[in-house]
Design a protein around this ligand. Structure first.
Ligand code: C5P
Length: 288
């Protein structure tokens, strides 16, 4: 994945951090402005424009009572704002679509207006659905026609580092239809026959830990592939806990790139403590 197979692919990699069309070799070498227009016209291909869709419409009941999870504060700033910034800080991302709770889209819009981003990033807010899958589908439906690559990033992973975002984008731009950041698992995992809470659960298997990975977001996709997955898998009525899982069901290959421990999902109260500790460490280390 990381090794380009062609000069063209190398060019795509080199341009992963910018939204301009990939340069041809002669453009890169000469850098001469008059020649540039002519060369681009001769070899023009559709520029990759990348958007990030952030599903943020969940209630977050496992965090306990209070505001919807995405609006909970981390060191005084709502989790959603951290997540939006984490996408916008990548130079590859030119549009962020926030999928808000259906009854809270106006509130989310106002909140985003309080925390403006750099001019190069646009932000749209759309109302979400009853499931994460439905919320992502509604976010995809709001994308302009010229978006060709899409990141889907959970608001519940507010601290993903920009290097992880860029690694996902670079792999998509190098030609992978679906890319997922992932880490090895540290716990041994058991497969069980689920029982109601409190009842002992029979173990039915122990997958080999070395072959397991815990997946994170942002997951990156060729837009057409993800749109097809949302059309077809939703029609089949099958649930999926992540977008890459839906693409897998189409039979399209999904590849992994290294994830990051700071891209963890804020799910339970202890995760809030950890997230604030990470922010405090960042501030101490680099004045973030
Ligand atoms: O519930 P879970 O933590 O798996 O949710 C993952 C992400 O999906 C969260 O960012 C949450 O806000 C979002 N979500 C959504 N619409 C729903 C349910 C969850 O956007 N109906």
């Amino acid at each position: 994945m990381a090794i380009p197979n062609s000069a063209e692919e190398a060019n795509l990699n080199a341009n992963a951090n910018s939204d301009r069309a990939p340069l041809t070799t002669s453009e890169s070498a000469s850098g001469a402005t008059p020649a540039r227009t002519a060369v681009r016209t001769a070899t023009a291909r559709t520029p990759v424009r990348t958007a990030a869709v952030i599903p943020a419409a969940g209630r977050g009941v496992r965090l306990g009572p209070g505001a919807p999870k995405a609006l909970r504060a981390l060191n005084g700033t709502p989790m959603l704002i951290h997540a939006v910034r984490a996408m916008a800080v990548s130079r590859a991302v030119s549009l962020v679509v926030v999928v808000a709770p259906a009854d809270g889209a106006a509130e989310v819009r106002n909140l985003l207006d309080e925390y403006p981003l750099a001019d190069r990033t646009d932000v749209l807010v759309v109302p979400g659905g009853d499931t994460r899958q439905e919320s992502v589908r509604l976010g995809l439906a709001a994308l302009p026609a010229d978006i060709t690559a899409v990141l889907v990033h959970d608001a519940a992973r507010p601290l993903v580092p920009v290097d992880t975002v860029d690694a996902v984008v670079a792999a998509v731009r190098a030609g992978a239809p679906a890319v997922v950041p992932a880490l090895p698992v540290t716990d041994t995992v058991k497969q069980v026959e689920p029982r109601p809470a409190g009842e002992p659960e029979p173990v039915v298997g122990t997958p080999e830990r070395a072959r397991l990975r815990a997946v994170q977001t942002p997951q990156g996709f060729d837009r057409a592939t993800l749109a097809e997955a949302h059309e077809r898998v939703a029609l089949e009525g099958d649930g999926a806990t992540d977008d890459a899982g839906m693409v897998e069901r189409l039979g399209v290959p999904v590849v992994l790139v290294p994830g990051h421990e700071e891209a963890f999902k804020v799910t339970r109260p202890l995760d809030l403590v950890l997230a604030e500790a990470v922010l405090a460490r960042r501030r101490a280390n680099d004045g973030f």
